[in-house]
Design a protein around this ligand. Structure first.
Ligand code: B16
Ligand code: MG
Length: 219
């Protein structure tokens, strides 16, 4: 029996995945490391410092910076990213998500956030959906990032549920793998090829229907 929903944030609740892409792309250009959307798929769901490492490796520049310099580069990206976030309003909740959260609450399902983003709580506030969340996993409390299952397992644990009682929702390959390794039913939102490992896939959030999710998770 499904008793909880565990949400990713970027690309699921709001389109901040696009802002991460724009901010990383600008930093990449400054460093002489151009990359495209296909490469960007590898950054989704991955922590800020791990994303920077992947970009530097891509440009064969990993060895050129000290840890301190890398932190400055990551801060620069985050400041650029926050300039997009500052313009977010309640209208930036992706289609269908507010209704899904509302219906889940009405049906007494528990709701958690399992985002790798340190900006997660602030973004939920800006979007005006924070009150739907029973718990938010603090990504800085974790040892491993996605695709490790730790964040989803901790989300279930904080809700007082077994992983098998939860559905995880993700837009990234690394996130789908994390949900599966945690032992949960995985819902993918986005590209059917990128997310082919998910148990149930929709092309965008407007296609999410709680009944359908519950029915498929029960099969
Ligand atoms: P921040 P999610 C992830 O969030 C993003 O997908 C990823 O692109 C980003 O680097 C990461 O959060 C860290 O975010 O820099 O805001 O701490 O998809 O797990 O909700
Ligand atoms: Mg995401």
């Amino acid at each position: 029996m499904i008793k909880g929903l565990i949400f990713d944030l970027d690309g699921v609740i709001t389109d901040s995945a696009e802002y991460h892409y724009q901010a990383w792309k600008a930093l990449g250009q400054d460093l002489g490391i151009p990359f495209d959307r296909a490469f960007n798929e590898r950054l989704k769901g991955i922590s800020r410092m791990e994303s920077l490492e992947l970009i530097l490796e891509h440009g064969h520049q990993s060895e050129q910076y000290t840890q301190k310099q890398k932190e400055i580069l990551a801060d620069k990206k985050n400041i650029h990213y926050l300039s997009f976030v500052e313009k977010m309003t309640e209208k930036d909740v992706l289609p269908g998500i507010r209704d899904l959260l509302k219906e889940a609450k009405q049906r007494q399902l528990k709701i958690a956030l399992a985002s790798a983003s340190k900006n997660g709580p602030m973004i939920l506030n800006r979007l005006g959906v924070q009150s739907y969340f029973d718990v938010i996993v603090d990504p800085s409390s974790l040892i491993h990032g996605k695709p490790n299952p730790e964040i989803y397992m901790k989300g279930a644990d904080m809700l007082g549920l077994q992983p098998s009682e939860c559905i995880g929702l993700e837009d990234a390959q690394a996130g789908i793998e994390a949900i599966h390794r945690a032992g949960m039913f995985a819902v993918g939102i986005g590209d059917f090829i990128v997310l082919k490992e998910a148990d149930y896939i929709v092309s965008d959030t407007s296609q999410l229907q709680l009944d359908k999710l519950l029915e498929n998770a029960r099969k």
